[in-house]
Design a protein around this ligand. Structure first.
Ligand code: EPU
Length: 338
């Protein structure tokens, strides 16, 4: 819990941007966090809560205190006929939690295998992949209110989950620190393999009656083939959200671009894959000095080593402009630009 000054953040953000924090402290329990929040020297400081640092782009040194959530522990709380309730510390690595569920044959998060980041950060943007979102298995969370130090509970409705959205990115932005999350996992789980690549991958693996472990293995395989490993190439996963556009606009665009993919969201809107739009504008695989757009997935911006966050931000800006010019669709970043 030691307070450190002039602290290098490069190992703490998966983009691998070389910046510093004025102050840094890590906490391993709710009590340690409450103690930190009461320290007079930290009261007035701007605060940044760090999980795995996997959804962040630093563009400059952080002039405040970075608080790293290191609250660990995964425990089974209770079981009923259909469900098992599992509570995990906010500082647990997300995939470690997924592995725990696989070991205990609990279904629900196998499609979310290998998503970078921590358990505590997962609800903030309602992480999702391959047809499943965190909200589908979320039961409740505990969070400390920064101003008062009080521990509060939020259930599924309180969190106001949406596509890569929650109350903690909107009305309550910057006001709470998630210390634990409780999940409601299935004992007799219905697998969700409808997402195209999972079915094909399972077929390639010669698996006819997949288990949750098999689905997890398939998802890991797909992710590893498409998405760069942050340990090797700095990145923060999808840099942009997939935009939702009116069906009326989609119908017009479809005439000009018959191959344009889209997924229905409601009667009046569809979601278009940003990766497709960016690829059409010629950005896929583009390398500029030591940063660029990933060659296998145009939604992912990468730092090949030593890139400045400011330059990556400029690249994102250029991509947004070119997509808007060509398609009239405005992309929004999914990562937090600091
Ligand atoms: N596509 C392209 N070019 C590309 C990338 C994608 O044409 O460079 C097309 C694909 O052919 C496909 C469609 O876009 O038709 C969708 O691609 P993909 O299945 O790779 O998924 P995505 O929509 O690009 C989203 C999530 C990912 C998640 C995958 C799988 C967002 C912003 N991203 O990507 O999440 O892993 O679906 O479910 O919703 C993340 O958030 O960091 C992340 C990686």
């Amino acid at each position: 819990m030691k307070l450190q000054t002039d602290f290098p953040l490069k190992p703490y953000n998966t983009f691998g941007i070389d910046v510093k924090a004025k102050l840094f402290a890590s906490f391993e329990s709710v009590q340690e966090l409450q103690h930190l929040l009461q320290m007079p020297e930290l009261k007035q400081e701007q605060k940044l809560i760090l999980g795995g640092g996997s959804n962040l782009l630093f563009t400059k040194d952080f002039d405040g205190v970075v608080l790293q959530n290191s609250i660990k522990g995964i425990e089974i709380l209770q079981e009923d006929e259909n469900y098992t309730f599992v509570k995990a510390g906010g500082g647990e690595v997300w995939h470690e939690f997924v592995l725990f569920t696989l070991q205990h044959s609990l279904g629900g998060v196998e499609n979310l295998s290998l998503i970078p980041g921590t358990v505590g950060a997962a609800p903030l943007q309602n992480i999702g992949a391959y047809g499943v979102e965190l909200k589908d298995v979320f039961y409740e969370l505990e969070a400390v209110e920064m101003e008062t130090g009080q521990l509060k509970k939020f259930d599924n409705a309180d969190c106001k989950f949406g596509y890569r959205e929650s109350v903690f990115k909107n009305e309550l932005k910057g006001r709470f620190i998630v210390t634990s999350v409780t999940f409601r996992l299935h004992r007799n789980h219905k697998l969700n393999t409808s997402y195209g690549a999972i079915t094909t991958t399972l077929e390639e693996m010669h698996i006819q009656q997949p288990t949750i472990q098999d689905v997890s293995a398939a998802v890991c395989h797909i992710r590893q083939s498409k998405l760069p490993d942050p340990k090797q190439i700095g990145n923060a996963g999808s840099f942009f959200k997939n935009p939702e556009i009116p069906v009326t606009l989609f119908d017009i665009l479809k005439e000009q671009y018959p191959n344009m993919p889209a997924y229905p969201v409601s009667e009046t809107t569809v979601k278009v894959p940003a990766g497709w739009l960016i690829e059409q504008c010629g950005w896929k695989g583009k390398v500029i000095e030591n940063y660029g757009v990933h060659k296998n997935q145009a939604l992912v911006l990468v730092n090949y080593g030593g890139a400045s966050g400011e330059k990556v931000k400029q690249l994102a800006h250029d991509i947004i402009q070119s997509v808007e010019k060509r398609f009239g669709i405005k992309l929004n970043p999914e990562v937090n630009i600091m």
